[in-house]
Design a protein around this ligand. Structure first.
Ligand code: GLP
Length: 242
């Protein structure tokens, strides 16, 4: 595993964006695995800037997002489709037809999960998968549990995740209780995984994920088994990692 330690959130965002830009330059038709949450917003803003000012082109890029809330329409301002459109896709030259986010409105979630796994397989999985990290060690919406769940699946969100994400909704009651998420199998099949983390409140999760035992109770700990993981984190997030 490689670790980039940055001073702060801005520098972390710049480094994450640079890794993604390098991937696009190396393979203009690459498959990017993308993440939501507040952590990658700065990196997406840099990529938009480099697209506008530096000519970085997403024209051939294919994307697969990690997850989507169950029950939110694509234009709900907290849906992950909406997040991707407003933070990245609407501002670069990616072809919307080449962007994939699980359908949170699918009448048959199991069929939607199976469809998403076919999309992943047909794309050959991500060349670079970007991940944030939940306070309880979740990646995508793979929550702590008794076993790693490999395929795309529907999850019941934990209280910790509902509480953490409540800040983005007008009330806690509005946070969806379920989500569709790429499984650990889809994430681990990515050729390279870039984990972005910022802030002292994530320090414990970073230490448990990267210096503790590999256990499904800390889903991110499975990344210790991946051959090409890059952790990009600010000093505060790394403060409990020896
Ligand atoms: C959310 C997302 C994850 C994200 C994580 C951390 O619930 N499903 O993909 O990485 O929680 O979010 P944040 O970056 O806002 O701390």
């Amino acid at each position: 595993m490689q670790i980039y330690r940055t001073e702060n959130y801005e520098a972390m965002s710049e480094k994450v964006a640079a890794l993604i830009a390098a991937q696009i330059i190396a393979r203009p038709d690459c498959v990017l695995g993308l993440a939501t949450g507040s952590t990658p917003i700065g990196a997406y803003a840099r990529l938009v800037e480099w697209h506008r000012e530096g000519g970085l082109s997403f024209a051939g890029v294919r994307t697969v997002n990690l997850d989507e809330y169950r029950g939110l329409t694509p234009n709900h301002d907290q849906s992950y489709r909406y997040f991707m459109q407003t933070n990245l896709f609407d501002h670069v030259d990616v072809d919307r037809a080449n962007t994939n986010v699980p359908d949170g409105l699918a009448a048959d979630p199991a069929a939607e999960c199976a469809r998403y796994d076919r999309v992943l397989r047909d794309l050959g999985y991500a060349d670079l998968q970007l991940l944030g990290l939940g306070h309880n060690g979740h990646i995508g919406f793979n929550e702590p549990g008794p076993a790693f769940v490999l395929p795309t699946h529907m999850v019941d969100l934990t209280e910790s995740t509902i509480n953490a994400n409540a800040r983005l909704f007008s009330s806690r009651d509005e946070v969806p209780r379920q989500a569709l998420t790429m499984g650990i199998g889809g994430i681990m099949r990515a050729k390279r995984v870039v984990v972005a983390v910022s802030g002292a409140d994530k320090a414990e999760a970073v230490a448990r994920a990267f210096a503790g035992p590999v256990t499904p109770e800390v889903p991110a700990s499975v990344l210790q088994l991946h051959p090409d993981v890059v952790l990009v984190a600010d000093a505060a997030a790394l403060s409990k990692l020896n």
